[in-house]
Design a protein around this ligand. Structure first.
Ligand SMILES: [Zn+2]
Length: 450
């Protein structure tokens, strides 16, 4: 299924892609100027405008293009049939972006793309309009001689959870069917080191409510023998971890991550951990980030400090966020934690638990001819072999593609690097890495063509 381009062909692609970069950069800036924030409270006309802009760009490359939606934000599907006997590749990216947050935190306006020190700053300049452009550059590099069939799928609501993606995949599944799927929305390991993302953690969230009293009462009159709900809730939350910070709940799946050099100092710096605060849990740091579960309390409802009075509070609740081993079943894991919380109710307090949200993880087989072709294409573009990485977060659409197309090889690639700050202020794209991403994808299409 794959073929080896010779050195002369590689040089030709390298020169072609280099020549395409100024136009790609201009198109990327135009896309970045469209504030296509998919969150409800923002003007959705911009999301429509960015879908149309992406559709125009794909049409200009000779693709048959349609803007589609299934009750959600507009997605763009472009298609060009495969040459006789050649495989079809699905290229995914998303054209919606995160809200900019407080514009005061940005050094330059979020929707005015600006270059500084080899990086292009702007909301969406990396996540994921650079992913859109990487696909376009790969198509442009081959022009009329595209060696594979392609379907480009550019989603419009990734940043708000891809709610209508299952319906889109259901409706257009036949058109989207492919031998290989390139999902360009992740990160590389470092500037200069390409990566394939081969695992993503799954997740669920739950809300636990603790009640000890029929109604709140005076803490002076009843404090002593009568338990309050906040203290009971805090003791209950504390049962989820051991003293060392490992998960104290039975039955969560776990495994060791691949060994890459990730020193504790790098984690401390990247996460902003305060001096003297120790890491929690056990196993390698990357295992704790990628393949072991994590339980975090992310919110508590109780009287605020400023409005609190001398009262034994009758009811308090917390939201708990759980990250799971890539292969763990979110529903079964929720059942385990919910049972744990009910069994550990302190002092006979009433404990109610409900599921708030769930999402499956992903683990790629990461073997076979498509993966071989991708690794070789990365090595061609960077001059160094790629590494397999995990990502601790969850990307709902990856699991959706894996479920809809169980036979396709799924490649999770990306334009980001550790300094990209996707979703944060001063998001940026490393322009040198961007060119290598584009070249790698052009080479990948060449290698996948027969
Ligand atoms: Zn993204």
């Amino acid at each position: 299924m794959t073929s080896e381009p010779d050195a002369a062909r590689l040089d030709q692609l390298r020169t072609t892609v280099a020549g395409l970069m100024p136009a790609a950069r201009a198109d990327l800036e135009s896309l970045t100027r469209i504030p296509s924030v998919s969150l409800d409270s923002f003007d959705q006309q911009h999301v429509q405008a960015s879908a149309e802009a992406v559709a125009d760009l794909l049409r200009a490359e000779g693709l048959e293009v349609e803007i589609v939606s299934e009750g959600g934000r507009p997605a763009v599907i472009g298609h060009r049939a495969a040459p006789e006997g050649a495989p079809t590749v699905l290229l995914y990216a998303h054209h919606d972006v995160q809200p900019p947050g407080d514009e005061k935190d940005w050094d330059t306006p979020p929707f005015e793309p600006t270059e500084r020190d080899g990086r292009l700053y702007g909301r969406g300049a990396a996540d994921d309009k650079a992913g859109v452009m990487a696909h376009l550059v790969a198509l442009r590099a081959h022009g009329d001689d595209l060696p594979v069939g392609v379907t480009v799928f550019v989603e419009g609501e990734e940043e708000v959870g891809s709610d209508s993606l299952p319906a889109l995949l259901d409706k257009h599944g036949e058109r989207l069917r492919a031998d290989a799927i390139v999902l360009a929305d992740s990160t590389n390991w470092d500037v200069g080191t390409p990566a394939l993302t081969t695992t993503l953690r799954g997740m669920f969230r739950l809300v636990v409510t603790v009640r000890t009293l029929d109604h709140s009462v005076h803490s002076g009159m009843y404090g002593g023998p009568v338990p309050d709900a906040i203290t009971a809730l805090v003791r209950l939350l504390a049962t989820m971890h051991t003293d060392d910070g490992d998960i104290a709940v039975e039955g969560f799946a776990t495994s060791e991550a691949t060994e890459l050099d990730y020193p504790e100092e790098r984690l401390r710096a990247e996460s902003g951990l305060l001096e003297g605060v120790r890491l929690i849990g056990s196993g390698s740091i990357l295992s704790r980030l990628w393949t072991r579960p994590a339980i975090t309390t992310i919110g508590i409802d109780a009287p605020t400090v400023d409005t609190s009075s001398n009262t034994l509070v009758a009811e308090a609740r917390a939201k708990v966020s759980v990250r799971l081993h890539p292969d763990d079943d979110p529903r079964a894991a929720y059942d385990r934690l919910a049972a744990h919380l009910r069994e550990h109710a302190p002092w006979g307090a009433r404990v109610d638990v409900r599921l708030d949200d769930e999402g499956r993880g992903f683990s790629a087989d990461a073997q076979g001819p498509v993966y071989d072709a991708a690794r070789a294409a990365f090595a061609d573009a960077w001059g160094t072999d790629p590494v397999d990485i995990g990502v601790g977060g969850s990307i709902p659409f990856v699991a959706a593609f894996a479920e809809t197309f169980p036979d396709a090889a799924i490649l999770v690639t990306g334009v980001e690097d550790p300094d990209t700050r996707a979703h944060g202020a001063n998001e940026s794209l490393h322009l040198g890495e961007f060119e290598r991403v584009c070249l790698a994808e052009a080479v990948l299409l060449e290698r996948l063509g027969s």
